[in-house]
Design a protein around this ligand. Structure first.
Ligand SMILES: [Zn+2]
Ligand SMILES: [Zn+2]
Length: 260
């Protein structure tokens, strides 16, 4: 994909909330998936008897539908629209969704379908190991395995793991492996073709934080948003509490990114 196409694709995935709608009168930028989840969760909480509260169980339910809600919830916390609260999330600014929930849902559904088709076409096997901006050692490792293929390190895995994966993998499913600073996903997880394409797109070189972040992969491959560069565990200076700072002093929490 050429630069222009990438930037317009990027643009289409982000929405900007005008300053007037925003609680702190600053323009907020969030992905369509974040906006979509905000709308869904606000509507759900209004009918569940707990207005403004999104239980983890509801996000797990959405995850099961392939909506990536848990990852998106982290994004909503990052932009200050949600916060973690006992067994779920509190929606801090429900008004943001309320005024547009009815008119926008069909459009968002169409947008999602359109995007899933576009992403599916970009699915391809990749192994990406972004080098640390300070020392060059891999900051993370992301591998996408095509349907019917085996991960690169398959032969080194315990036979019980191999058997479990072979048993659970559905025809046509891709396999995603993530390792890095934040908790990875172990021996990986099955994903659909659209998700594989989304990740392949996000990890196309040259790697940029904004693009990598769109993939919603735990830990963003070790990227510092402010430096727009990845760093290894050592150069994030991760403390016992899971807080780190990059070589340029930018802080980032490395625990709690993704509850799974
Ligand atoms: Zn390093
Ligand atoms: Zn930094």
């Amino acid at each position: 994909m050429k630069g222009d196409a990438v930037s317009s694709a990027q643009h289409a995935r982000l929405i900007r909330m005008p300053g007037g709608e925003s609680p702190d009168a600053q323009q907020r930028v969030m992905s369509w998936s974040a906006y979509d989840l905000q709308v869904r969760a606000t509507a759900h909480s209004a009918t569940s008897g707990q207005p403004g509260f999104v239980p983890d169980a509801h996000l797990d339910h959405l995850d099961d539908l392939g909506i990536q809600a848990t990852i998106t919830a982290d994004e909503l916390c990052t932009v200050g629209l949600w916060e973690r609260a006992g067994g779920g999330y509190r929606i801090l600014h429900r008004d943001l969704a309320r005024q547009r929930e009815h008119e926008d849902l069909p459009a968002l559904a169409r947008e999602r379908e359109h995007q899933a088709r576009a992403w599916a076409q970009m699915a391809r096997p990749i192994v990406v190991t972004p080098p640390c901006g300070a020392c060059g050692t891999p900051a993370a490792r992301i591998e996408l395995v095509a349907p019917g293929q085996l991960p690169a390190q398959w032969e080194q895995w315990p036979s019980t793991v191999q058997a479990a994966i072979a048993r659970e993998r559905q025809p046509g499913q891709w396999h995603l492996l993530v390792a890095g600073l934040a908790a990875g996903n172990g021996y990986g997880e099955p994903i659909d073709t659209a998700r594989a394409g989304q990740i392949a797109w996000a990890f196309q070189p040259p790697l940029r934080f904004a693009q990598v972040h769109e993939a919603g992969v735990h830990g963003d491959a070790g990227f510092c948003p402010d430096c727009d560069a990845p760093y290894c565990y050592q150069h994030w200076h991760v403390s016992e509490t899971g807080h780190g700072s990059c070589p340029h002093g930018h802080a980032r929490a490395w625990t709690g990114t993704g509850r799974r």
